[in-house]
Design a protein around this ligand. Structure first.
Ligand code: KG4
Ligand code: ZN
Length: 369
């Protein structure tokens, strides 16, 4: 089965054509063609995604990207209908409706978070191929992005329960907002991560977890940032306090203009440490609580090398029997391949619901609905 997928939930415009087949042990996906346009640079001056600008860009980008697919044959059109920014989602939905009607194929509404989850669970099996097989249930997924931070438990195939989530900001948002305070461009996560790695390299030896790198003592002591809710005993998160603590810590030191580049890098490392500590502690809690057999991480923040390393170490040292699936870096950010894979996993399992002209954007769509 071939699916043309469209993703416009945030600031990436994506179209992908993916063929999926059922195999004896699961599913195989082959990406026939994929196109992606990022608007990140355009949104950079705003320090975040500006919904109406995103909408205008998707409206411009979709027809341009679709030219590459106009002569292709496919059996269905999948489209992200949530969660995401509604004005942005609508442009993809309206476009998908038109394409599905013109080609006379069904429209498959697809959940963006399921796209992150399924594509992270699938493993590479060639340059453009992935296999989704031998998945040991239940699966615990940590989905971390600019809009979400949640633990999703899949006890039965493609049925989800949210067992913990952020009570306020998403982790990507924390990275982006603190990055902005540090004068770094949007998206801030990769920038923080780069600086943090530079700061750690300057340490005489690699800082242990829970300790703050302080290579610049004397002129500047790196403030210790809080690890919000780390001992709450739940799988919930909170990041707004971390953001505020970062703001006050910078203000106490007279603002970033008073800091050297090394000091800014050390601050970035402390922020990344604080976030990684919380991720590790909450994942330990969630794995103990659920007894999951597979652990997967997905979403834009799953590209963070430091968080990946820390989570990998946790699983290797404390949960060695668990199957850990880390996504390929190329699919952690928003894209349409992940939407196609989620739609195919559903369709090939006989679980998809098709939609008609009534399909709507649902900004706060839950993966568990
Ligand atoms: O999944 P995604 O591409 O879009 C949403 O669905 O939100 O996630 C985007 C988020 C942004 O907040 C960005 O700063 C963050 O992912 N991000 C990172 C890294 N790469 C992207 N955060 C930390 N470290 C990274 N390497
Ligand atoms: Zn996303």
């Amino acid at each position: 089965m071939k699916v043309l997928a469209i993703e416009t939930s945030c600031d990436e415009t994506g179209i992908a054509l993916v063929e999926g087949t059922k195999t004896s042990e699961g599913f195989a996906f082959e990406t026939k063609k994929a196109a992606l346009l990022s608007q990140a640079l355009l949104h950079s001056p705003y320090g975040g995604v500006y919904p109406n600008l995103a909408k205008r860009e998707h409206q411009k980008n979709l027809p341009a990207l679709f030219e590459q697919f106009a002569n292709e044959e496919f059996d269905a059109v999948a489209v992200t209908h949530g969660p995401g920014l509604e004005p942005a989602l609508w442009t993809g939905i309206e476009f998908a409706k038109k394409v599905a009607a013109e080609k006379n194929v069904p429209l498959l509404p697809t959940n963006h978070m399921e796209g992150h989850l399924i594509s992270s669970l699938a493993q590479p099996s060639g340059e453009h191929s992935n296999i989704l097989q031998n998945v040991r249930m239940s699966v615990l997924a940590l989905l971390i992005s600019g809009g979400h931070t949640e633990f999703v438990l899949m006890k039965e195939w493609l049925q989800y329960e949210i067992i913990g989530k952020t009570l306020d900001d998403a982790v990507g948002e924390a990275f982006d907002k603190v990055a902005r305070m540090l004068g770094l461009p949007y998206p801030g996560g990769p920038e923080i991560s780069k600086l943090a790695a530079q700061a750690r390299k300057k340490l005489p030896e690699k800082g242990e977890m829970n300790t703050t790198p302080t290579p610049f003592s004397g002129t500047f002591s790196v403030p210790k940032l809080p690890r919000p809710m780390i001992n709450s005993g739940t799988c919930d998160f909170s990041f707004s306090g971390l953001k505020t603590a970062a703001l006050y810590a910078l203000r106490d030191r007279g603002g970033i203009q008073k800091l050297s580049n090394d000091e800014i890098a050390a601050f970035a490392a402390e922020l990344e440490d604080a976030i990684a500590d919380v991720m590790v502690s909450k994942t330990r809690q969630a794995l103990e609580q659920t007894n999951a057999q597979t652990f997967v991480i997905g979403g834009g923040v799953a590209a963070n090398r430091y968080i990946r390393e820390k989570l990998q170490a946790l699983v290797l040292e404390e949960f060695p029997d668990i199957d850990l699936r880390l996504p390929q870096l190329s699919i952690t950010g928003d894209n349409a391949i992940m939407i196609a894979q989620a739609a195919l996993a559903r369709a090939l399992s006989g679980l998809n619901d098709t939609a008609g002209p009534e399909l709507r954007a649902v900004g706060n769509l839950s993966i568990a609905s």
